[in-house]
Design a protein around this ligand. Structure first.
Ligand SMILES: [Zn+2]
Length: 375
């Protein structure tokens, strides 16, 4: 089995070069034409690695891709997103660079390193003449960074046919896989008051900003680090001008929870917000948009299997979790065994410091190839 490590280590330069090519095709979630450019290239590479590729056309986002090796139910479903949080032009500001063991460039770690690992692992398996232990479907989606609204049903339908979901998202900086992820909620809370002249009629007004301020403090105080529940008021807006008592103010809120039960409790608490000022009204919109991936047999059993297979390669795999959600949240919530964090090792997702540890590319590729042929 160490042969796989040797084989992919010899392809270190090709792995790095492919990562450069994928990074240099910018693919923000919000630009369909750009995402489709990357999608066409990835589809071609998947076909060269032996896949049958079908595009699932999208109007707003890039087309999602299904790449299949083999037929039938009970297979592996690999999840990988082609979109990034980086707008077109980021590459010109922060071009691809390799310095020592670190490769940098927009989207290199989240999640283009994963596409490199998947394509190279499957190409290598084919070249080595190894047999996949189950049929493989790779779903490359293009809206993960904006909540996977257009791909969620596809992810869930494919997961329902699969025996195991391998969510190929970045690993932790220490290489740990992810056996839990928090669930995410997004809310907009609008406070409605009564607008009057701030000089002539101050007493008759109901200040929507004042009302919202009460609610900001109330929401922020719902955070409970021990339970792993956090509430973040991340954006506020209100009022028109200083000489008018404001009619309206609103905020956008991010909720994170470790368990579904806690998600339901927090969701209910946010919906139950009551106005503080007499006459003020509140409108709460939003929901728990990604359920939590709870640490349970659904995530721990596949982790243990991966640990055994990793050990045969001489790799010591560890488990951890993340406050950030992924598409693995959807599949784990369905009860389909899900293992997350199989992508490149690095750090700095969604930041200008994003990097991939170059030596992790062959190692993770060998690990994925072993999982797909030995599971
Ligand atoms: Zn990601």
């Amino acid at each position: 089995m160490n042969d796989l490590l040797t084989y992919f280590a010899q392809r270190g330069e090709a792995l790095l070069d492919l990562l450069r090519r994928l990074v240099e095709i910018e693919s923000p979630s919000t630009d369909k034409a750009a995402a489709d450019r990357l999608g066409r290239y990835v589809a071609q590479l998947a076909e060269e690695a032996g896949a049958r590729v079908t595009a699932v056309p999208q109007e707003r986002y890039g087309d999602h891709l299904l790449a299949r090796w083999g037929e039938g139910e009970g297979g592996f479903l690999l999840l990988c997103h082609l979109d990034t949080v980086w707008p077109l032009g980021t590459l010109a500001e922060r071009p691809w660079r390799v310095e020592g063991e670190r490769a940098t460039g927009p989207g290199c770690y989240d999640d283009k390193g994963s596409a490199v690992i998947i394509l190279t692992a499957l190409g290598g398996i084919r070249e080595l003449g190894l047999a996949l232990s189950r049929p493989v479907t790779v779903l490359f989606n293009t809206d993960e960074e904006v909540g996977s609204r257009s791909s969620r049903s596809l992810i869930e339908a494919e997961a329902a046919r699969a025996a195991v979901v391998l969510c190929v998202e970045p690993a932790q900086p220490d290489g740990a896989l992810k056996v839990w992820r928090k669930g995410t909620g997004r809310y907009t809370v609008t406070a409605l008051g009564r607008a009057v002249h701030a000089g002539a009629d101050h007493a008759k007004g109901i200040n929507a900003i004042e009302e919202l301020a009460h609610q900001v403090l109330r929401l922020q105080s719902m955070t409970d680090y021990e339970l792993g529940s956090t509430v973040n008021v991340g954006w506020v807006r209100g009022g028109t001008r200083t000489n008018i008592v404001p009619q309206q103010a609103e905020m956008r809120v991010d909720l994170r929870v470790r368990t579904s039960a806690e998600g339901a409790r927090m969701d209910a608490a946010i919906r139950a917000l009551e106005p503080v000022l007499p006459g003020a009204r509140l409108v709460v919109e939003g929901e728990l948009s990604r359920p939590p991936m709870e640490e349970s047999s659904t995530t721990l059993e596949p982790f243990r299997r991966a640990q055994e297979i990793g050990a045969e390669l001489g790799l010591k795999l560890t488990a951890s979790g993340s406050g950030g959600a992924s598409d693995g949240n959807f599949t784990a919530a369905l009860g389909v065994p899900t293992l997350d964090g199989l992508g490149a090792v690095g750090d700095g997702a969604h930041s200008a410091d994003e990097y991939v540890l170059v030596p992790s590319l062959p190692e993770r590729t060998a690990l994925l190839a072993a999982l797909l042929t030995r599971w």
